[in-house]
Design a protein around this ligand. Sequence first.
Ligand code: BMA
Length: 341
Amino acid sequence: MKTKVVNGVSMPNIPWMDKPEGCKDVVWRYNANPIIKRDHIMVKKANGYREPSNSIFNSSVVPFETGDYKFAGVFRVDDRERNMELHAGFSKDGINWDINEERIHFECDIPEVAEWQYGYDPRVCKLEDKYVVTWCNAYGWKPTIGIAYTYDFKTFTQLENAYLPFNRNGVMFPRKINGKYMMMSRPSDSGHTPFGDMFISQSPDLTFWGQHRHVMGPSKGWESTKMGAGPIPIETDRGWLIFYHGVLTSCNGYVYSFSAALLDKDEPWKVLKRGASYLLSPQEYYELVGDTDAVTFPCANLVDADTGRICIYYGCADTCTSLAFTTVDDVMDFLDNNSQV
Ligand code: BMA
């Protein structure tokens, strides 16, 4: 490996498929996509009634051992009332998932925050001794960033919302930087937001967030409408490697693609490299057609620190969940030769 993963974990069991012969892409799709189909689970509703899920997408996973399981995650599951809920799930191989029928019930001793309304686009970040979950959380039915932590993916303790509404795509860095927790986010509006820049906010305690810094905004055609954070940043010896989504407005509506960027190690609001082109865009049927057409939306990555292999989990057309693969060196070569900054 030319670029080293720093503070990473060895993951010989990372879900993986070699790049297919003749494939010219930097990021390639798993040949058994989607790994989680829309009706993958029966959802148990509050009234006890069970029915198939409407969709499972934009979800986040981490390595986590419990019993035979080696991975855990928090999944966005929309039910057939079209409520947007978060469910915990477990997997032996990162590909076949056992997702709980019942949504997560967050424990929260702050009455103003405790009332559950909806949650979507979860991210899970291993941070010190816990797993921190951030998601788009309703406060007064308006979206902002919710934060909770868990040790076991059974009990989740919810903290204060990080920001005022409206905000989306809150993504934690996996360690303190210069003594502060850091989170990317994208201030938004109450609807389908036709704008969006990425910011980083800082906190001493995961409760009070400030010292906001602008990172980047819309740019090239594929990300000309809005852009925002994707999976948890990967620490390398050259800086923080991130995948992020960008949105183009076509004649048919929004098109969600993703690319990569490299952020400064100590001041991650400084963008060192930023992909000029997208790395993956909606091109397969399951990415083009669904409850929201033409969406590829990455919310998690697993990284093997020994080989630099990366497995990306992305939501497809707001309906199902897929995998794509690349390596740290492949992405760094792309950024070195095709950066817009
Ligand atoms: C966002 C969220 C995402 C979704 C995207 C495209 O506002 O709802 O979950 O993937 O829109 O519909």
